[in-house]
Ligand binder design. Sequence first.
Ligand code: AMP
Length: 531
Amino acid sequence: MNGLMMDFQLTLPTLVRRAEAYYGEKEIVTRLPDKSFHRYTHGEACRRARALAVALQGLGLERGDRVATLCWNHHQHHEAYLGIPCGGFVLHTLNIRLHPSDLAYIATHAGDRAVIVDRSLKPLLDQFVAKTKIEHVIVVEDDYEELLAGADPDAWREPDLDEDEAAAMCYTSGTTGMPKGVLYSHRSTMLHTLGVAAGNPMGLGISESDSILPVVPMFHANAWGYPYLATMLGAKLVYPGQHLDPESLLEDFVQEQVTWTAGVPTIWLGILAMLDAEPARWDLSHMKGMLVGGSAAPRAMIAGFKQRHGLDVVHGWGMTETSPVASTAQLVGDLKDADEETQFDFVAMQGLPLPLVELRNRDADGNLLPWDGESMGELEVRGPWVAAGYYDTPEQADRWTEDGWFKTGDVVSIHPKGFVQIKDRSKDVIKSGGEWISSVELENALMAHPAVAEAAVIAVADAKWDERPLAAVVLREGQTATADELRAFLAPSFAKWWLPDRFEFVTEIPKTSVGKFKKTELRELFSGVPA
Ligand code: AMP
């Protein structure tokens, strides 16, 4: 017998209608390029988002067409987050930190037809746009206002959206091979928003009375859902624009009475250092905490914020493929009364899954591993906001198990209390300041150098960036090359921050029985990290 309830579609226009009706007066603030503040309301943002949808329809774009953004975190990007999917198009956030050749590939693969770009990022766009099928370039500070002015938000007719239609997409370079597109649906986005709201990490859950500043870029996995969460709850939003240095962020926190913020560890390490240097300068007594994820939040940083500044770090884990938030630190049961040091031990783990997300840990033979805090296997995840496949990339189907779980590539153990702890990574990548560097691409490029016989690139621990690339290089007999020469050889093909800091010249690269580079051994050799 079926239930007898409405088949109500979970689509983003519901959030817009709600924000306009109930939270129209709540504020959205942006730090502009000249460091002044732009202020308006959720109501105005929603109205302009509708105008954007009408304008895009007017450009002749059709249902399901991809509209890219190449932007910092600001209110126009927020409007794109709402207006593009509500107009029946797919918001495709392009990562401004990628090399133009990767961006050309990604925009072409996605089939982007239009792009909204910050004036400051137009030079980057100019380096790859001609290689794509993009027909409409809309510069935020110029054409965007004109486009909106010519569109009547009241001419808006909501397309009859199905909840399974794509709302947004984001490419991830998280594993080897070409970047892969994760395609979020309206339904997955709505459920992720509800899931994040229901997560209530460490009892610090977000509500209408919060002031949220997402430092996490809007070009990363939905800015961890904050634009949608704030729209759903009517919370104040503060966008930092391009000013992501610790001082500017601390100014924003104080002036805009920010209660909740989120980003990768590198950002928070910088902020902690500034707070430590001048604790009396910043009054953060209104702040509840910060979600830190994307890379492991160091325990010493978690303890530093709490003990020296009274601030709670909520550690979260997720992936582009999981929308992205999948687990957060939770001090549940007797942990609430545990001593501070024990609490830090738990917060330093990757946490417990959000409601509706399921996690399991399996060994290479597919056996489920016990929750003993020791047995290590690959973390697998499933849930309504976890990707079921990559866009137009059938060769990646083996990232999913036969019974439909997504294989994360993170090597974990699970504590008896259910806490996931990441121990290693089976994917061959380096995560520096929250952004991926492909070791395989660097190796291939290095091995194209005439003096290089073999090259393996590994991650070594770094206090500021979490990880940095190190290249182990075997030179051909009779040939020479210096680290500087090799770096200069790579420079034209890669973003500057991809270039290895260290080159180690070795006589051979250790190999596994099947002839693959044995990176565990290299890591042990050069960073002291045990295999
Ligand atoms: P991305 O798709 O760029 O968000 O990267 C997802 C990957 O980042 C995960 O599979 C992990 O390898 C890593 N990651 C994310 N959050 C954490 C965390 N809290 N601790 C350790 N690694 C993390």
